[in-house]
Design a protein around this ligand. Sequence first.
Ligand code: OAD
Length: 250
Amino acid sequence: MKACDEAASRIARATSVFVLTGAGMSSESGLPTFRGANGLWRTHRVEVLASEAGFADDPELVWSWYNERRAAHAAAEPNAGHLALAALERYVPSFTLATQNVDSLHLRAGSTNVLELHGHLREARCDRCGERRAITGPLASSEIAHACGGRLRPDIVWFGEALPAATWRAAAQASARADVVLVVGTSGVVEPAASLATRIPRADACVIEVNPDETVIAERADLVIREPAAVALPRLLETAGMRNGSSGAR
Ligand code: OAD
């Protein structure tokens, strides 16, 4: 059986599905990935833009980058892959989607049980008192200082920081109980997120990778679909006999 047919058959029979997505998920929505030829970390210095030390040095520079990214996210639309995952959620009795992306596209596509492992850009958070504030447009330099004496920072996880504990726990539990683990558009090089696809799934879980390129996830994957997400996911759903529209089985 072809990997896609077998994957569809496993998904159709699954009672518990866990999905892990990364930047490649949003690539067909026009958003760049981090690694690879045109990756963000090729032209931007991660330690300057995505670390507490970089923010302490130059909060305005950090905010100007996140303001640009937030605007790009807002201008992007969920692609056929996001929509297929939102549809899949309606068919599976236990479904959890954990994403490393901060672009909110899974939520905008209609997925509901979403764990944002690396946070999101819908809010800013004070680095001293933790108060949150919604961000709907660019955060101006004059708004960075918070009333408590702290500074508003993007509500995302930077390098060297721990993932939000409850979010991580829920993701690890969902990965450990799933009979199908679907891994889409991640290079699998950033921990602990990658372990949700490699170390944590049960030995008898079927790990399915969707990625046009070779990754380290393939070492654990039982089935590998070397295609872009927006092509492979709608076809998986269709082959599994699930409707990829707005109304589903439950
Ligand atoms: P990467 O940029 O490391 O990997 C993106 C993956 O997507 C690569 O394996 C590509 O082959 C794949 N890809 C590209 N186009 C695709 C498509 N159309 N369909 C499916 N896959 C495609 O991004 P992540 O693995 O998400 O962390 O990176 C993990 C973390 O590293 C990010 O969350 C971010 C980054 O530094 C933080 O900012 C904390």
